[in-house]
Design a protein around this ligand. Structure first.
Ligand code: SF4
Length: 262
C-alpha cells in the first residue's frame, strides 16, 4: 500500500464529498497529541499545496492536564516544519481535575469544546478540523445503535451554534491502521493521554468486538461506512422518513465498499 497516496486520496475524497473546505478558509486543526490528529494536520498541509481552492492551516492543542508527558516537544517539532501551533492551558479543565477528579467524558468534552471555540476564535479560524477516523465513526454508529437507541454516528461536517465555525472530520474514510503507520513514519512525537491508557471502558469493549469480527471479516468497517451513506428509510422504523403509500421495493444491491485500509 502506498501510504501517502492512500491517505491523501481518502482525505481529499471526504473534503470534496462533504464540501468541508472552501476558498479562503482558515482551518485550525485540533491536535490531541495522538497519531490521528497529527496525520490529519500533515495531510491538510500537503493537500493545501495542490488543492483547487486556497486555504490556510494552523494547529492548536488544549492542555487539560491529562497528558502523560510534556506537550512541548510536539510544539518544537511543528515549529521545525513551519506550522503555526498554539498550546492553550485550560484553567477551568485543570480546576476540574482537582474539584471532581472522577469527572466523566461528558464534562471533560464540554470544557474542551468551550476552550476549542475560544482558541479558534483567537486564531481567526472559521473551520475547525478534528481527527476522528473511520474507526471512530464505526464505533460511534454501533454505540448509538446499541446503547442510545439512535441510528447515528458522527457528523462529517457540521456547524457550531450560531454557525461561527464549520466543524469538519476529514479522516472519516481513513482507518487507524493508516494513521498509525503514517504517524510512525512521520517521526512526530506522539504524546499519550492518560485516559487512552485506561481499560474496561465501553470504547474498549467495542474495539474488542470489532477486532474479533474483523479476524473473519476484514472489510467490516468499510461496509459500515458504506451503509452510513446508503440509507433505506423504508426499511427502518422512523415514521418521519416513511411514506406508507409507497409500494414495497426490493432491497437495493450493495454499493461498492469504501476501502479504508489500502
Ligand atoms: S477520554 Fe479523557 S480526555 Fe477524553 S473526553 Fe474522556 S475524560 Fe476527557
Amino acid at each position: 500500500m502506498d501510504l501517502d497516496k492512500t491517505l491523501l486520496r481518502k482525505v481529499g475524497e471526504a473534503i470534496a464529498r462533504f464540501r468541508m473546505i472552501r476558498d479562503g478558509d482558515r482551518v485550525a486543526v485540533a491536535l490531541s497529541g495522538g497519531k490521528d490528529s497529527l496525520t490529519l494536520l500533515e495531510a491538510l498541509v500537503r493537500l493545501q499545496k495542490k488543492a483547487p481552492v486556497e486555504f490556510a492551516v494552523c494547529a492548536f492543542t488544549v492542555e487539560q492536564g491529562k497528558f502523560l508527558r510534556p506537550i512541548q516537544p510536539l510544539g518544537e517539532w511543528l515549529l521545525g516544519r513551519g506550522i503555526q501551533w498554539t498550546c492553550f492551558r485550560d484553567n477551568p479543565s485543570l480546576g476540574l481535575l482537582v474539584e471532581q477528579p472522577d469527572h466523566g467524558c461528558d464534562l471533560c468534552s464540554r470544557f474542551r469544546r468551550r476552550a476549542v471555540y475560544e482558541i479558534a476564535r483567537g486564531l481567526g479560524a472559521n473551520v475547525i478540523a478534528f481527527g476522528h477516523t473511520a474507526d471512530d465513526f464505526c464505533e460511534a454508529f454501533l454505540r448509538n445503535a446499541l446503547f442510545t437507541g439512535r441510528l447515528s454516528a458522527l457528523p462529517a461536517v457540521t456547524y457550531s451554534r450560531q454557525k461561527e465555525f464549520r466543524l469538519i472530520r476529514p479522516l472519516v474514510y481513513v482507518s487507524e491502521q493508516v494513521t498509525g503507520a503514517f504517524a510512525g513514519r512521520l517521526g512526530a512525537p506522539v504524546i499519550p493521554c492518560g485516559c487512552s491508557q485506561r481499560t474496561g471502558t465501553l470504547r474498549q469493549s467495542l474495539r474488542g468486538f470489532f477486532a474479533g469480527l474483523e479476524r473473519d471479516y476484514p472489510h467490516l468497517k468499510e461496509n459500515m461506512l458504506s451503509a452510513m451513506g446508503n440509507i433505506e428509510p423504508q426499511r427502518l422504523l422512523d415514521p418521519r422518513y416513511l411514506d406508507p403509500e409507497l409500494p414495497e421495493e426490493p432491497a437495493s444491491g450493495p454499493l461498492p465498499p469504501i476501502v479504508t485500509g489500502s
